[in-house]
Design a protein around this ligand. Structure first.
Ligand code: SF4
Length: 280
């Protein structure tokens, strides 16, 4: 069996930075992360063992240090923490932070902000907060069309969730351009995501079966899976090695592996080792 492992599989820069920052505060009294620090249960459970629990509100708890998750939060979280004299460790990915700054700036210039993304995702909820929760949030062109946007007097700023599929965003940009809307588009898709998706496509075209390793609630993992499925019908999203169906896999001679941005290298290694053992 030939296994092709994507070079871009696993922790991206922003996730690695956030996890490293969190571990610096292990076993420090009353330290919490706001929301899960990243979308990976193994990492979150390990941090809990080291005394760092995720919380989603600042009331009812004695908090000395609050670590802000990589996906970022609304300005209200900073304000509340400040008013309670809580030390903030800001592990927001700098690429997400850049969107916060843009959205805040253009909101104050009276632009209407459009976010292309998943409205339930914490990153998008956080971004929305920097424009007083007044952003228009759409998942694709179809949803955007349903908004019947005002054309004459409104300036729009268009940004996207960092992990969004670039084709979906490009379709929206083209539509706004062709329909004559007044808009400014700033590309906020993270390069780490783009490179990971491009490499996944390249590998998926060459293999009989493709594994995307990551949590089912990680947006970039699911997008990666969708991209792979387009090019390799036998694509599977798994969270860890024990989800491998060895009977099915035996029939493949070439297997590709990639992993979401919040998948630790230890989990990727376990999957590879299990495949190799099976093949021995
Ligand atoms: S995928 Fe990009 S934006 Fe998201 S945490 Fe990683 S580096 Fe930051």
């Amino acid at each position: 069996m030939n296994i092709i492992l994507a070079k871009t599989a696993g922790f991206c820069f922003g996730v690695k930075r956030a996890v490293d920052m969190a571990y610096q505060y292990q076993n420090t009294l009353n330290t919490y992360t706001f929301g899960p620090i990243i979308h990976n249960d193994t990492v979150i459970n390990n941090l809990i063992e080291k005394g760092i629990q995720p919380i989603d509100q600042l009331e009812d708890k004695e908090i000395n240090t609050l670590i802000i998750r990589s996906h970022g939060v609304t300005p209200q979280v900073y304000q509340t923490a400040k008013s309670k004299d809580i030390k903030i460790v800001d592990a927001t990915c700098p690429y997400v932070k850049k969107i916060h700054r843009l959205v805040e700036e253009y909101f104050h210039k009276s632009y209407k902000i459009i976010i292309i993304g998943n409205k339930m995702h914490p990153e998008v909820e956080g971004i929305n907060g920097w424009a007083h929760h007044e952003c228009l949030i759409v998942k694709d062109l179809e949803e955007l069309k349903l908004l019947n946007l005002e054309k004459k007097d409104t300036q729009y700023l268009l940004v996207a969730q960092t992990t969004y599929k670039k084709e979906v965003v490009e379709e929206v940009v083209l539509y706004l351009k062709n329909e004559g809307y007044h808009y400014k588009y700033i590309n906020t898709i993270c390069n780490a995501t783009k490179e990971r998706q491009e490499e996944a496509v390249e590998i998926a075209q060459k293999v009989e079966c493709m594994f995307v390793i990551g949590s089912s609630y990680s947006s970039n993992t699911l997008k990666l899976y969708e991209v792979c499925k387009q090019y390799c019908k036998e694509s599977y999203c798994i969270a860890q090695a024990d989800e491998l169906n060895l009977e099915t896999i035996k029939s493949y001679s070439t297997i590709g592996i990639t992993a979401g941005a919040s998948t630790p290298s230890s989990i990727i290694e376990e999957v590879i080792q299990k495949l190799l053992r099976m093949n021995a």
